[in-house]
Design a protein around this ligand. Structure first.
Ligand code: ADP
Ligand code: ASP
Ligand code: MG
Length: 403
């Protein structure tokens, strides 16, 4: 079998953990498997590198920040190859250039386009454990890029797909995917299985356990994922197309504090206004989530929407630049201390009253809902950020633990 094993930062945080991972990889190797290991940077080292860059130059270019961040993964892969070697198994570490992992140009959030598999295959053929840097790529300018925070998961899925691996395991510091972040909701339950669609919603809505692009790619190329702990041998969670397990109404509750609300007041109430507004934002890659439009009165209307808090200043700047040219508005109102809380579950499609039950859970703890949006398999509400943990707990209790 060909196995791709990805280990996150906490799983390689120190010497002892590096040896623990090295031993797990060797176990598979000794059973006669080909083993490719994808690693994140050790512990919190990516955060430290970003902090160092900010200290030197708060306006450092994204190119230089990527160049710096990629060093984190280069350290972990080399140390891992040394550890495996010390345990008597031949190993080689490779970075994005050596493998040739091609991405789009955008520094900080590049997308993987193509991974050359020859170098990895040759190293496997010479019976080495191949240790590859996660999170990084190279663009058409021959520069390093990065895939966005948490992007090593996506590297692992892309390599598993390029090599037609039999197994892609994502090792982390929890036992699998839970019904809520187990650090926020101690009663959260581990899921044995989850569909790609549900996992993609959860990851996109803020469940940090998997990078959302990794799930998108796994679905596209049919790579089944196992999320499990590097600290024990428990079974983990299988992420795949269809699940046959017990159909829970809600598979997960998730919160995202990185949200802000913008209300554009006094827009002209005529055709094309929403198009112009959201088109300006889209052209600058500002993603919009929940959208609410008021009923028109006296020829004007209001449009409110949420963006990631990181994009707030840019979004407001764009709206201001277009005020009195293509867009006319009277006022902009913004709110930063808001958070999105969502429930996700394939079972919702065929069950009425799921949203009402979520709203009831919030009503019972006196939390006001500011905005609502729904899709086939999710309901999202916007609430005050200060209530977010108790809201997640109350909703989780209502759906997952039963009343
Ligand atoms: P790694 O460094 O291994 O990539 P991450 O910190 O990126 O680890 O992801 C694991 C973390 O994701 C867990 O420690 C947990 O707190 C968080 N998490 C958030 N939502 C969930 C969830 N629904 N199930 C499991 N873990 C979750
Ligand atoms: N080291 C990178 C980060 O912290 C990538 C990863 O962990 O997946 O975001
Ligand atoms: Mg991660």
């Amino acid at each position: 079998m060909l196995i791709v094993k990805k280990f996150g930062g906490s799983s390689v945080a120190d010497k002892e953990k590096i040896y623990n991972v090295a031993k797990r990889c060797i176990e598979d190797y000794k059973k006669g498997n080909d083993v490719v290991v994808v690693l994140s940077a050790m512990g919190k080292s990516t955060d430290h590198l970003i902090a160092q860059a900010k200290e030197i130059n708060p306006n450092a270019s994204k190119r230089e920040i990527d160049m710096l961040m990629t060093t984190g993964e280069q350290i972990s892969v080399t140390l891992m190859a040394m550890a495996i070697d010390a345990l008597g198994v031949p190993s080689v570490s490779l970075n994005a250039f050596q493998v040739a992992m091609h991405t789009t140009s955008k520094y900080g959030s590049a997308r993987l386009k193509k991974i050359d598999s020859d170098r990895i295959k040759n190293e496997l053929a010479s019976k080495k454990i191949v240790v590859v840097t996660g999170f990084q790529g190279i663009n058409k300018f021959d520069d390093f890029t990065t895939l966005g925070r948490g992007g090593s998961d996506t590297t692992a899925v892309a390599i598993a797909s390029a090599l037609h691996a039999d197994l892609c395991e994502i090792y982390t510091d929890v036992d699998g995917v839970y019904t809520a972040d187990p650090r926020v909701v101690p009663t959260a339950k581990k899921l044995n299985e989850i569909t790609y669609d549900e996992m993609l919603e959860l990851a996109t809505l803020g469940a940090g356990v998997l990078h959302n692009r990794s799930v998108e790619m796994a679905k596209k190329y049919g790579v089944e994922l196992i999320v499990r702990s590097s600290l024990n041998k428990n079974e983990g969670t299988l992420v795949k197309e269809v699940c046959k397990m017990e159909k829970m109404l809600v598979s997960g509750v998730v919160a995202d504090k990185n949200a802000a609300r913008i209300a554009v007041l006094g827009l002209e109430d005529s055709p094309g206004i929403a198009f112009k507004l959201f088109n300006h934002l889209a052209r600058h890659n500002v993603n919009v989530d929940i959208i609410l439009q008021s009923v028109g009165r006296n020829g004007t209307k209001d449009i409110s929407f949420t963006v990631a808090e990181d994009d707030l200043d840019e979004a407001v700047g764009i709206l201001e630049r277009h005020r009195n040219t293509s867009l006319h508005w009277e006022n902009i109102d913004i709110e930063k201390d808001v958070a999105k809380v969502s429930i996700v579950g394939a079972g919702m499609m065929t069950n009425a009253g799921v949203a009402a039950k979520m709203f009831e859970a919030l009503y019972n703890i006196g939390v006001n809902i500011k905005m609502i949006s729904t899709s086939e398999i999710r309901v999202t509400v916007l609430i005050d950020e200060k209530h977010v943990n108790k809201a997640v707990q109350a909703i989780h209790e209502k759906f997952v633990l039963g009343e």
